[in-house]
Design a protein around this ligand. Sequence first.
Ligand code: FMN
Length: 168
Amino acid sequence: MDAMQAILTRRSIRKYTSEPVSDEQVTELLKAAMSAPTAGNQPWHFVVVRDRAALDSITRFHPHAEMLKQASVAISISGDPTVETLKGRWLLDCAAATENILIAANALDLGACWVGIYPVEERIKALRNLLGIPEHVIPLSMVSLGHPGEKKDPPDRFRPERIHYDTW
Ligand SMILES: Cc1cc2nc3c(=O)[nH]c(=O)nc-3n(C[C@H](O)[C@H](O)[C@H](O)COP(=O)(O)O)c2cc1C
């Protein structure tokens, strides 16, 4: 799959088969994450979560994370504001890394979905506690991953009326 196809056909996949996602595939996804542009001195940290009980328990504090119960693995993406050279950029860098994982997952024929953590304080605290993320590090998101158990058509979100040339 070429890059444009991976971007244009990406959808949130929330149903997965029982086939595991391999460590090699996870490494590919992490390479994609760390290839994202960075304005904050690569402030990200990733926790690869395969522990079934941990994945299931996230639904206790997150109302939109049921897909984690089927996911083979999930990756949490967090930022360390203490290393960033420009204030506040950790958030943007972690969002770019998250999107790269989603696109790379589609390119590898995996299903993936963004699970929002930041800025909901309760989710941030609970995920920190669950995964042992240090206090100064802020979890932005998780990506649930598995072999797709559902198919979705590519979205049609092209809105020419939102495009302005030279001036608004
Ligand atoms: C910041 C952010 C947070 C999101 N959080 C969740 C979430 O917690 N649970 C979920 O099921 N989907 C979540 N999503 C996925 C969106 O629901 C999804 O991208 C949107 O409905 C568009 O569908 P698509 O991804 O299939 O194109 C999130 C997406 C973003 C960008």
